[in-house]
Design a protein around this ligand. Structure first.
Ligand code: AMP
Length: 116
């Protein structure tokens, strides 16, 4: 999926829109979700504006690993114990609404399976 205009998350990364940042490094940022679905709801967003998980390639292998490790760190650091969920919605029919890859990190309440 080609990207001709900046995504919402790209504008947040570029500080054109406000967000609550909890982590930042050269490859990604982590922000608080504006409409949290759990007491902890963070979004791990790569600086690279990949639209969907399905658009990643072997070139993104290290980046994808990094995003998971960062998700793990921010979840652990948030103080909700070891029960948390990492989720990626791929495509509109799966609930994706922002077409800039992001990992949801949810914790702080019982998390049912499967999600709705
Ligand atoms: P998804 O539906 O998987 O694409 O997730 C997009 C997420 O971005 C949703 O959970 C929204 O609540 C969240 N979101 C939308 N706009 C903002 C924003 N300006 N700042 C932080 N989170 C946002």
């Amino acid at each position: 999926m080609s990207q001709t205009t900046k995504t919402l998350f790209q504008r947040i990364i570029d500080r054109e829109l406000p967000a609550s940042f909890v982590h930042e490094d050269e490859h990604c940022v982590v922000i608080k979700d504006i409409n949290p679905g759990a007491p902890l709801h963070l979004l791990v967003v790569p600086r690279k504006p990949i639209a969907r998980l399905i658009d990643t390639t072997a070139e993104d292998q290290a980046l994808l690993g990094h995003l998971l490790l960062v998700a793990n760190k921010v979840a652990r650091d948030a103080g909700h114990g070891e029960a948390y969920r990492i989720a990626i919605n791929n495509g509109a029919a799966a609930g994706q609404s922002v077409f800039h890859l992001h990992l949801h990190v949810l914790a702080g309440r019982p998390l049912k399976w499967p999600p709705g």
